[in-house]
Design a protein around this ligand. Structure first.
Ligand code: FES
Length: 111
């Protein structure tokens, strides 16, 4: 089951680079890239680098440690990398942005 969490002050995140946010006990990264808001994994799957210290270009987030690249829409790494990150869905509703995260059975009662 997906629970939608409101992203507070999403517009203020423009030009802020990648930042970490906590939703339902889970920390994820959020960034704007070319007027689109994206949400994705906190850590790089290669060696655990914090992706908040990376940057975006050509529709990809670049890891700051060894430059692995991940597509901002699919989460796929470049073919030679054999890795991927999780991309979380974003929706815009009633002037606010929301990010969707899967929650477990018991979390439904506390989300
Ligand atoms: S830790 Fe991200 S590329 Fe190595």
């Amino acid at each position: 089951m997906v629970h939608w969490y409101k992203i507070e002050h999403a517009d203020f995140l423009k030009n802020q680079g990648i930042s970490e946010h906590k939703f339902g006990g889970k920390i994820i990264c959020i960034t704007w890239f070319e007027d689109q808001l994206y949400a994705f994994s906190r850590k790089c799957p290669h060696a655990g680098a914090p992706l908040k210290n990376g940057w975006c270009e050509r529709g990809k987030v670049i890891c700051p440690f060894h430059r692995h690249e991940f597509d901002l829409i699919s989460g796929r790494g470049n073919p030679e990398q054999h890795d991927f990150i999780t991309i979380y869905p974003i929706k815009f509703e009633d002037k606010d942005y929301y990010v969707g995260l899967e929650i477990g059975f018991w979390q439904r009662f506390f989300a």
